[in-house]
Design a protein around this ligand. Structure first.
Ligand code: 5GP
Ligand code: MG
Ligand code: MG
Length: 203
């Protein structure tokens, strides 16, 4: 029982305005999502971590899936892939994404079952473009899990297969989600404060 888990690190005390999802609640949800994913999987999965924001959810999710498949009858061997995705959308419709994988690495996806692990869906533009690109390599299936989805009128309507939490239209940080690379080292998912935005604004 670690009381430290309920606390905002002193270096971020003034930089968040509220804890939106405490770490323990995130972990409970990750456990449930892992169970759902294992129940609906048969055979090998290529679990693709969308860096950097997806790394904590990916790590915790894979950990639970590993434990579950030790006990259950479901055989789900995992291979792990890491993708950095840069989205360029000047306007919502003509945006494109650049992925960090080489052509050869992408060709490995052919015939495989992919599980994409993302931190948050905001407009949905990045994920729609990423899926378009990945489908060109003819995987057997692609499923997407996002820990968070924002309720916003900027949404293009995209909804992942497995969602952790729907959240209000605010900028959130923590649990690997960043603001200019800061706040990834925060256990809880928090709403950034004006103080935090100013303090960590890009120079
Ligand atoms: P979308 O293309 O869906 O609009 O945006 C997707 C990406 O924008 C996310 O993967 C994430 O990197 C970033 N993003 C969107 N909303 C937030 C937020 O509230 N907090 C953080 N830290 N990143 C966000
Ligand atoms: Mg992301
Ligand atoms: Mg970011």
């Amino acid at each position: 029982y670690h009381l430290d888990h309920f606390v905002i690190p002193t270096h971020y005390e003034k930089d968040v305005s509220s804890i939106l999802i405490p770490h323990g609640v995130i972990m409970d949800r990750v456990n449930k999502l892992a169970r759902l994913i294992v129940d609906e999987s048969n055979g090998p999965l290529v679990v693709c971590c969308i860096l950097k924001g997806g790394h904590q959810y990916f790590a915790d999710l894979v950990n639970v899936i590993k434990k579950l498949t030790k006990k259950s009858g479901n055989s789900v061997p995992l291979s792990l892939e890491f993708i950095r995705v840069k989205s360029y959308h000047n306007d919502q419709s003509t945006g494109d994404v650049k992925v960090s994988l080489t052509e050869d690495e992408c060709k490995e996806f052919k015939g495989k079952n992919l599980l994409i692990v993302e931190d948050i869906i905001d407009t949905g533009a990045t994920m729609v473009k990423l899926l378009e690109k990945l489908r060109q390599y003819e995987p057997a299936s692609i499923k997407v899990t996002s820990l968070l989805i924002k309720k916003t009128d900027r949404s293009n309507g995209y909804i992942p297969d497995y969602v952790g939490f729907a959240i209000p239209d605010a900028f959130v940080v923590g649990y690997a989600l960043d603001y200019n690379e800061y706040f990834r080292d925060l256990d809880h998912i928090c709403v950034i404060s004006e103080h935090g935005k100013e303090r960590y604004a890009n120079a």
